[in-house]
Design a protein. Structure first.
Length: 371
């Protein structure tokens, strides 16, 4: 695996070095985002909710109902699609994005639709793409991962009276992820790509009590078995570089890829086990049809998939923490706790309800933010 990682890093270096930002008077649109799901025992995406975790977004972001998303179950949480615009001159554009199998839950700037009428479609009219324009973007006191996405060369946007560096939205859907992942034994998983195109890159990642392990896998077509990853203590920087290079190879500019990593660095590598993969070509357009007027001269839509895995080690850790009444330890699994509990205590609704109630009280006291 070390040799494969070194080879990938060499390829990544070449991609980064060869990528330059070249603008003309046409419109270039780049977008990144994440499809997050949880694998059930059979490998498919299961329905789950976040057990009331608080929002991690600034208060100026528009929401469809104050606590709507935290109570909304689904198989896929579409997280932070960010859409950048580039042009050599000021232009105006209209954008419509659809989520046929889901519901839009947060967005910014505001759209032409009233919040209660958004549903599965968002539309922005008369977007002013203003290269060299003012960076008078909203900001609140305290840090927030939302702001990291602004660190690019994209043109500032004005929509009505609101200003931002990108179009932002989120949602919750009910469909299957293009990859299914079955945990077939301790540390070993079987991945099946159900899309017509290959997944260009996949990483099996595990973090328990600070012990980080991961395996980098090349493109996935059909069914692939991934063995237990090796232990790593100081190579997360290499892993980040591999991910950034994979994003650039699929069409993002280097600053966009870096902004995506900065946005989700604390989440992708948090406690637990997961498969992180580049979503196969065509899947994003199928799940999120996009229309931009005028038509861009270049468009790139690069999404990562994150499939959370309920491994035997995770189940033992949660069960042990529950037995000790260690709610801080249970809470380390954040928004993924509900589907984990269903596998730890199958068919025992009373026990699941008891744990969920205790965790909800703990989160309320601590003001936990994990959604």
């Amino acid at each position: 695996m070390r040799a494969a990682l070194v080879g990938l890093l060499a390829a990544v270096t070449g991609v980064l070095a060869a990528t330059e930002l070249k603008l003309d008077d046409g419109l270039t649109v780049h977008e990144w985002g994440t499809f997050t799901s949880v694998a059930g025992e059979s490998g498919g995406s299961v329905s789950w909710n976040v057990l009331g975790c608080g929002s991690d977004l600034p208060r100026f972001v528009i929401r469809q109902g104050l606590r709507f998303k935290s109570a909304l179950p689904g198989t896929i949480r579409m997280e932070t699609p960010v859409m950048y615009f580039y042009s050599g001159r000021e232009v105006k554009a209209d954008v419509k994005v659809q989520f046929p199998q889901g519901t839009m839950t947060e967005w910014y700037p505001g759209t032409r639709s009233a919040p209660e009428k958004v549903g599965s479609v968002l539309g922005w009219s008369n977007i002013k793409v203003q290269p060299g324009g003012s960076a008078d973007f909203p900001i609140e006191k305290g840090g927030n991962r939302y702001y990291a996405a602004r660190s690019t060369d994209a043109a500032p946007l004005t929509v009505g009276e609101q200003h931002e560096k990108f179009l932002f939205y989120r949602g919750v859907g009910s469909f299957q992820a293009p990859l299914s992942v079955r945990v077939s034994g301790y540390g070993r998983v079987t991945v099946e790509n159900q899309a017509q195109a290959s997944a260009p890159l996949a990483i099996l990642f595990d973090n328990h009590d600070g012990r980080v392990r991961f395996s980098v896998v090349g493109s996935i077509e059909g069914t692939v078995a991934i063995e237990e990853p090796a232990v790593h203590s100081d190579t997360l920087a290499e892993l980040r570089k591999t991910l950034e290079g994979g994003l650039v190879a699929q069409g993002l500019f280097p600053k966009e890829a870096h902004a995506m990593l900065e946005t989700w660095n604390d989440s992708w590598f948090e406690e637990g086990s997961r498969l992180i993969y580049l979503v196969p070509a065509g899947v994003v357009d199928e799940m999120l049809p996009l229309h931009v007027d005028p038509a861009p001269s270049e468009i790139a839509r690069v999404f990562l998939g994150r499939i959370e895995l309920v491994t035997p080690e995770t189940m033992r850790a949660v069960e042990s923490a529950v037995a000790r009444g260690d709610w801080a330890g249970v809470n380390r699994y954040g928004r993924f706790l509900e589907p984990i509990l269903r596998q730890v205590y199958p068919g025992n609704g009373a026990k699941i309800g008891e744990v969920e109630s205790a965790v909800a009280k703990f989160r309320q006291r601590r003001g936990a933010v994990c959604e």
